[in-house]
Design a protein around this ligand. Structure first.
Ligand SMILES: Cc1cc2nc3c(=O)[nH]c(=O)nc-3n(C[C@H](O)[C@H](O)[C@H](O)COP(=O)(O)OP(=O)(O)OC[C@H]3O[C@@H](n4cnc5c(N)ncnc54)[C@H](O)[C@@H]3O)c2cc1C
Length: 484
């Protein structure tokens, strides 16, 4: 239905882009003309680009910390192009990864980059194919924002949304996709019904809970290790047109956490999140809860807020349309982009903390986090229910609840030394997290050391390895995760 042309793609299609027609297996380099000793590159419906500008763009992401240039960028013209490029890469010992858009990955540590291989610009395939009563069938390059713009006018929405909705369907399904609705609906990977996947063997496979279940389970939150997701059927739920947002401040951490858990257990709200402020040497906690409603049937504020122990006088209530609520970060993102802060390094750390130790662990981390180490970036803290999670490779702590605890740092000053120190701090916090039974949310900048991934996936590490051997036996896919 819609297939937007992104400005970056226009740039790629410009005069500077050079298309490869041949590959030299000896020098492992591409050529724009067929020469003796070179192998013919498959005929793509789209383009394989190898100009310096395109490759340099593909060596960046939102983190601006890791820079690995690929040998080429595929701008696919069809799903068949992705099959062809994976088969070609497999045959010639090359690596391949998908990304939301060239240089537009929201990963912070090169997870979508491919040193000396091929990056696939998934934004080239971004059609919404069919909107049904209870699901929508989309290309993996579709962004959640575009999906919402198509479904909200019909009174429907994906059940769980990330805070920032300009992420790609394929990108968040490869990592998890968490937001304030998870306590009710699970992660985004728990709300995908069916996918078309090009495995590391170069086979296009449709998978779901009913067919090819092992692939379906491996790919959801599988960090791009088993296949390139090319299409997905996302569950839709009916949504009310308005959203009322309540924010209130706490000074006591255990009370804040207890109230958040009370809210997700009672199900009073449709969305529950929270954050920590460490400005000006103080520490406070902000609850953010949202109730959807129809005009004329406004929420009962008193009933919703009954029994909560936030600081008197700090409650704020604001109404918006449902879509504006989902797109609430747009003004902030526009500011970050126009001010140049978007281009600063972002050594982010996202953690899943066991509910039972959340108060002590959060305090321990905050005690070691001076304001300057956040660079003005937010700290997220909110609970979700683990019984809603179904994707085995999204590793979470045991128990009934876990908290997402995210240090979304901007490195100020943006020097290599500062970035290295912040990444080292992240790694230290992950060590402390593992000691209390937590797990990293594998999207940030805390690269695991030797044995770190094994520890992360235990007790499922043997299953993870077995799935790799089955679906990507030659280790073609997504080297930027640095797992294999
Ligand atoms: C401002 C901002 C806000 C964010 N908010 C949230 C949030 O609220 N909740 C949340 O869960 N996350 C959030 N994220 C993190 C986000 O989910 C991750 O960055 C994620 O990787 C998706 O980003 P992307 O679409 O740019 O994918 P990419 O970064 O391009 O890809 C992520 C990984 O998946 C692989 N990949 C990409 N497409 C495919 C595909 N089609 N098939 C197989 N593998 C693929 C890539 O190679 C890479 O390894 C946020 C990030 C930013 C920068």
């Amino acid at each position: 239905m819609s297939s937007p042309v992104h400005p970056r793609r226009k740039m790629l299609q410009g005069a500077l882009a050079v298309a490869a027609v041949a590959f030299n297996p000896l020098s492992r380099s591409w050529a724009a003309t067929a020469e003796p000793g070179t192998l013919h590159v498959p005929d793509f419906d789209g383009q394989l680009l190898l100009d310096t500008g395109t490759r340099a763009s593909a060596a960046d992401d939102f983190g601006h910390i890791v820079h690995h240039a690929p040998w080429a960028v595929l701008v696919p013209g069809s799903v068949e192009d992705i099959v062809k490029v994976v088969r070609f890469a497999r045959a010639h010992g090359l690596k391949v990864a998908g990304t939301r858009g060239i240089g537009e990955s929201h990963s912070t540590h090169g997870q979508a980059q491919v040193e000396g291989g091929i990056v696939i610009d998934m934004s080239a395939l971004s059609t919404i194919h069919e909107i049904g009563a209870a699901s929508v069938w989309v290309d993996a390059g579709v962004r959640w924002n575009a999906l919402l713009q198509a479904t909200v006018p019909l009174g429907k929405s994906p059940p769980t949304l990330t805070d920032y909705i300009d992420l790609s369907v394929g990108g968040t399904l490869s990592v998890g996709g968490i937001g304030g609705q998870v306590f009710r609906h699970g992660l985004q990977v728990d709300n995908v019904l069916e996918m078309d996947v090009v495995t590391g063997r170069g086979e296009l496979v449709r998978c779901s809970r009913l067919i090819h279940r092992p692939l379906f389970d491996a790919v959801r939150g599988g960090l791009g290790q088993f296949g390139i997701i090319v299409r997905a059927r996302i569950r839709l739920v009916a949504v009310l047109p308005q959203a009322r947002t309540y924010t209130a401040v706490y000074t006591d951490l255990p009370r804040f956490l207890a109230d958040q858990v009370l809210l997700i257990e009672s199900g009073r709200f449709d969305y529950v999140e929270g954050s920590v402020s460490i400005a000006n040497g103080g520490r406070s906690f902000q609850l953010e809860a949202v109730k959807y409603f129809k005009p004329g049937a406004e929420p009962d504020d008193a009933a919703l807020l009954a029994g909560l122990s936030y600081q008197p006088g700090t409650l704020q209530v604001a109404d918006s349309s449902y879509y504006d609520f989902t797109n609430r970060l747009a003004p902030l993102i526009a500011f970050l982009q126009s001010s140049g802060l978007w281009e600063y390094p972002h050594p982010w750390l996202d953690m899943f903390v066991p509910g039972t130790v959340a108060a002590s662990f959060v305090k321990q981390v905050l005690d070691q986090t001076p304001e300057a180490e956040m660079g003005g970036g937010p700290i997220l803290l909110y609970p979700f229910r683990l019984d809603k999670l179904t994707a085995p490779f999204v590793r979470v702590p045991p128990g009934r609840h876990a908290f997402l605890f995210s240090l979304l740092r901007t490195a100020v000053p943006p020097t290599e030394e500062n970035v290295a120190a912040l990444v080292a701090k992240n790694q230290l916090f992950v060590e402390q997290l593992m000691q209390v039974g937590g797990r990293r949310y594998a999207i940030g900048s805390a690269p695991p050391g030797p044995g770190g991934w094994r520890e992360h996936f235990e007790p499922l590490w043997p299953s993870f390895q077995a799935a790799k051997a089955l679906f990507d036996p030659d280790n073609v896919l997504t080297p930027g995760q640095r797992i294999f």
